[in-house]
Design a protein around this ligand. Structure first.
Ligand SMILES: NC(=O)c1ccc[n+]([C@@H]2O[C@H](COP(=O)([O-])OP(=O)(O)OC[C@H]3O[C@@H](n4cnc5c(N)ncnc54)[C@H](O)[C@@H]3O)[C@@H](O)[C@H]2O)c1
Length: 322
């Protein structure tokens, strides 16, 4: 049994949606946690500190990692918003590619290199219209958006640092994480809750809602991160990438309806669940084959989508009532 209570952990992106959840779970397991983020400490917990810093400042990152004496670095900090990447391609490339190289480099140069678990993405595979779940062996990247190549390059860089310098590092790929605390309003779940809060049905503006996707609850994702860190000394994990997904693909139109239904269930509202659809038909089918994660790491998603959405709905209702 892996003992997190003996571990000193650095989480980059700790002030973000996934990073904040990860820090809380690590703390609950008894780990000693330090966050790193360019935003000030947004943590609800006083039990860990978020050091304010920029991934692009390599000397400062080297000092943080050398002085910290960490056992594990979870690297989540990034510019993760697709629409913003289209407005700010260079900044996105710098944060996501240069930032990840800097994390790898700071670890490589440290006197006692910690393990590295990297938050990659299903964006690695680009736009797909597959008739099957995508496995890790699928070739990277058909052209899709500006965010995707940044995650693909960083994913590859992390695995190359493992191969070339022997870093104990691996990449985790998934898409569409949801749960309490996500304030990235361009994402479908928070955006749909925001509209439901205003009494409006969900809006699908980019497609006609027939594109297929999958959702992963943030706690399932965190369990995946922990499993990868716990198993990183195994040769079949070190230097590899693993897919994690919700395992139940659905069309966007249905997802948006279920988000609104969860809002109604959680708050007693009566918002129409049928979404307003304005976009064109887009042939996109994208969900991940998680059989390697099951086989090698013993990981499977546990949280039912409707239950997870109702829990998230209660959180957003509380957030807006403050
Ligand atoms: N949420 C998802 O659906 C999803 C899916 C696949 C992959 N991911 C990946 O997971 C990670 C976390 O995503 P999230 O949803 O928590 O995003 P988020 O935007 O909530 O958090 C990212 C954090 O990184 C910080 N950051 C950005 N640039 C930085 C820099 N140069 N230096 C220091 N800090 C910086 C931001 O301040 C922010 O707090 C990202 O790497 C993202 O690409 C997310």
């Amino acid at each position: 049994m892996f003992d997190w209570a003996s571990q000193k952990v650095l989480v980059t992106g700790a002030a973000g949606f996934c990073g904040a959840h990860l820090c809380e779970v690590l703390l609950a397991k008894g780990a000693s946690v330090v966050g790193f983020d360019m935003r000030a400490n947004a943590s609800e917990s006083s039990a860990y500190q978020v050091e304010t810093g920029d991934l692009l400042d390599l000397p400062a990152l080297c000092v943080t990692i050398e002085r910290g004496g960490f056992d594990v670095v979870f690297h989540l900090a990034a510019q993760p918003i697709v629409s913003l990447s289209i407005e700010q391609p260079i900044e996105t490339m710098q944060a996501n590619i240069v930032g990840t190289y800097n994390v790898c480099e700071a670890i490589r140069l440290s006197s006692n290199p910690p393990k590295l678990v990297f938050a990659s993405s299903g964006a690695y595979y680009g736009a797909t219209n597959a008739s099957h779940p995508i496995s890790e062996d699928e070739p990277a990247l058909s052209a899709s958006n500006i965010y995707a190549p940044t995650k693909a390059a960083a994913d590859l860089a992390v695995r190359c640092y493992a191969r070339v310098y022997g870093l104990r590092a691996a990449s985790c790929r998934w898409m569409n994480t949801y749960g309490p605390g996500d304030l990235n309003w361009s994402r479908v779940v928070p955006a749909t809750f925001a509209r439901a809060h205003d009494g409006k049905p969900g809006l699908i503006a980019q497609t006609d809602g027939t594109n297929v996707l999958e959702m992963l609850h943030v706690r399932d994702m965190i369990e995946a991160y922990l499993r990868v860190a716990e198993h990183l000394d195994r040769p079949e994990v070190r230097g590899e990438a693993f897919n994690f997904g919700g395992g139940r693909p659905l069309v966007l139109r249905e997802l948006v309806a279920r988000v609104t239904r969860a809002w109604n269930d959680a708050t007693g509202a009566d918002v129409p669940t049928e979404p307003e659809v304005r976009g064109p038909k887009v042939d996109s089918v994208k969900y991940l084959d998680i059989s390697e994660a099951k086989r090698v790491l013993g990981w499977e998603p546990q949280i039912d989508l409707d239950e997870g959405l109702r829990e998230a709905a209660r959180w957003y209702a509380g957030f807006w009532s403050q």
